[in-house]
Write a protein that binds this ligand. Sequence first.
Ligand SMILES: NC(=O)c1ccc[n+]([C@@H]2O[C@H](COP(=O)([O-])OP(=O)(O)OC[C@H]3O[C@@H](n4cnc5c(N)ncnc54)[C@H](OP(=O)(O)O)[C@@H]3O)[C@@H](O)[C@H]2O)c1
Length: 399
Amino acid sequence: MPVNFLATVYVEGRQAIPYYDTLKVAVPALTLLYAMKYYFAGKRNTWQRDMHGKVVLITGGTSGLGAQTAKELAALGAQIVFLVRNVHDGWLIEYINDLREATNNQLIYAEEVDLTDLYSVRKFATKWIDNLPPRRLDMIICCASVSQPISMPRQTTKDELEPQFQVNYLGHFLLLDILAPAIRAQPPDREVRIILTSCASSLTGEFNLEDLGYLKRNYPAYRPFLVFGEAKLYLALSAYELFRQFNNYKRKDGAPCNVHVSVVDPGMMRSPGFKRFITFGRLSLLFVYLLLWPLSWLFLKSSVDGAQSMAYAAMSPEVVEKREVAYISNCQVRPPPPRSEFKDPEKQAALVKETHKLIEAVEKNSAIERNKFKKDSEKKKEQEKKKEKVNKDKPASKK
Ligand SMILES: NC(=O)c1ccc[n+]([C@@H]2O[C@H](COP(=O)([O-])OP(=O)(O)OC[C@H]3O[C@@H](n4cnc5c(N)ncnc54)[C@H](OP(=O)(O)O)[C@@H]3O)[C@@H](O)[C@H]2O)c1
């Protein structure tokens, strides 16, 4: 049959091909479209590890990049512990059940860690390290993120901080800081990988230790994307000091450090967070976004594409062979963004020192507020009890 067809085309010319005129235009157009889609989707991860029995803590695992990364690791048999802001959310229970079914992995559960509340982070992390023998830990993935739409007025968290700064940087910093002893206590033959997510916006952030928590700077018009960039910059820079601290740690058994830190830039993705950011959180712009969807489909990555670099950070041996922080984008270890702070260990150490100071001050303040709140509510309860007693003791006629 193909021989007959080819012979006919040979004898009668290209016009013998059915729909030749349409195909003449459609085939190159579709090939170009496919080539563009392939190019913009980025490289695929080709490494795989046996993840059975490995324990993975992940923030932001309920959406976009984090959800896709968790799914891939769960499918390979890892025990996934989602760190989420509300464990009692009905949707979360369904999400976990669906994931267990889809990946045929029952070892998936959630713990409460609200990154906008340092007390919540501390409660989880201290509970985790308060265990003898130390709990197994193979990987920590920090994917949680908040990016406020440009039009949004300044907001503050429970800890009175800017939410993007707290979720993207401070909350994750405290989590890793408290978990550090549990990471160091892992047996020397156990590879522990810490994966942080950053993005190109770290180029726009200011390095400002005078006002680390973005407390003093109040631009005439609040610019959320600058705070976001700053938080992402700090998270990436802190990775370098974190790695140095693990690497300089002297184990009692004399074994070398087996902790590996990566910073991943997954590229622009059509994730729920990105949609919220690009549409300024407005319904009218969401409509425009939907109209322009073919363009974002073509030029932006899906969460599956973005998660390729996360999978690379989780599986590739290059991350382990590299005895320094691996900055990863497009499934490759690359140089960090062109900023002097990435080459300046003193600045990185200063950032970590200032961050500790800020955390101490914020936690002190929050503890005072919590105690005040506790005392006030106890007082209220007592007053209510007294009122009830007085009402009971009154003779029936006077009531
Ligand atoms: N999207 C992009 O184009 C892009 C580009 C470069 C880098 N990145 C980075 O990739 C990572 C993932 O991005 P994404 O767009 O996939 O994110 P996303 O869809 O917006 O998801 C954000 C995740 O963070 C969680 N989260 C938010 N606030 C939290 C809190 N207070 N405590 C605990 N968890 C909280 C969310 O939980 P809920 O489900 O409870 O909301 C959600 O799971 C981020 O670090 C982002 O900066 C993204």
